[in-house]
Design a protein around this ligand. Structure first.
Ligand SMILES: Nc1ncnc2c1ncn2[C@@H]1O[C@H](COP(=O)(O)OP(=O)(O)OP(=O)(O)O)[C@@H](O)[C@H]1O
Ligand SMILES: [Mg+2]
Length: 271
């Protein structure tokens, strides 16, 4: 990616050197008696596009919500860009992280949700500039230029002054993608971003994401039921069941010749 694209990075970045950008180490997450993640280990190399697949309720969204620090792990550690996400090292010991540390590490992560979650009272441009101005301290005119460039990238250059309710679901989701990218995260988390859309709007959103996957070096961790899309963009597919990754590999292997019966069953139900 060249220095003047909307996604170029100003902050130091492990970029696409293949180093680990995300690492889960024996992560346990329980909701009451329900152990959703059971000593989960997995990692995502920087610059890669990784897709999580698995049955409903298996914990895919939980993984993304842990990364967004919307919830905390009960045991184990998560690292992003080499830094602990919910822990800090103090005097050689690992202690729960303070809010400031969490905010700093989380700046590297952007997420697009199934339900868009745009700010309804703000015009499209302000939806995108709000966090870069308030969280990153970007000057307003710079944030607006960045927002306009990103709106062009997602094909909505003419919608700066619209309110979210004046847009179709597919357009709103493309604004949400632009909004996440405006923070220049190292990793973009995508949780079934097309599943709330009318069928005819799905392709436009997937095209934007394909474009981003193929033309930028952003790392992607994606949960999707769109298996063709997963096949197109993924470097690696992780099959997830009962709190663990049971199988992983390149999409051509997982989709055509999976090792596990459980993966075969799951794919035959969704493909
Ligand atoms: N806040 C919560 N309180 C209690 N249980 C929860 C909570 N969030 C998730 N769970 C439970 O954790 C399990 C995993 O949920 P999660 O949303 O991660 O699944 P998923 O793999 O994303 O499923 P889907 O494909 O349907 O989106 C489910 O059994 C769910 O009921
Ligand atoms: Mg989910």
């Amino acid at each position: 990616m060249s220095a003047d694209t909307p996604l170029s990075k100003e902050r130091p970045n492990p970029a696409v050197d293949g180093s680990e950008l995300i690492r889960f180490d024996r992560v346990v997450k329980r909701f009451g008696a329900n152990t959703v993640l059971d000593e989960l280990d997995f990692s995502v190399a920087s610059g890669k596009h990784v897709t999580l697949i698995g049955p409903s309720g298996s914990g895919k969204t939980t993984i993304l919500r842990l990364l967004m620090t919307l919830i905390k792990p009960d045991e184990g550690t998560i690292k992003v860009g080499g830094a602990y996400l919910t822990h800090e090292e103090k005097n050689g010991r690992l202690v729960p992280a303070g809010e400031k540390h969490v905010r700093e590490v989380r700046k590297n992560i952007g997420m697009v949700f199934q339900q868009f979650n745009l700010f309804p009272n703000m015009k499209v441009l302000r939806n995108i500039t709000e966090a870069p101005v308030t969280v990153l301290g970007l000057p307003k005119d710079e944030a607006e230029q960045r927002a306009r460039d990103l709106l062009d990238l997602v094909g909505l250059g003419d919608k700066c002054d619209a309110y979210p309710t004046q847009l179709s679901g597919g357009q709103q989701q493309r604004v949400a993608i632009a909004r996440a990218l405006a923070m220049r995260p190292q990793v973009l988390l995508l949780d079934e971003v097309t599943s709330a859309l009318d069928p005819e709007l799905v392709a436009g959103v997937l095209d934007v994401l394909r474009d981003i996957a193929h033309t930028t070096d952003i790392t992607m961790l994606c949960v999707t039921h769109e298996m063709n899309f997963a096949r197109d963009i993924s470097d690696q597919v992780l099959m997830f069941d009962a709190g663990r990754v049971i199988e992983s590999g390149p999409p051509e292997k997982i989709f055509s010749d999976p090792e596990h019966e459980r993966t075969r069953e799951f794919l035959s139900a969704v493909l």
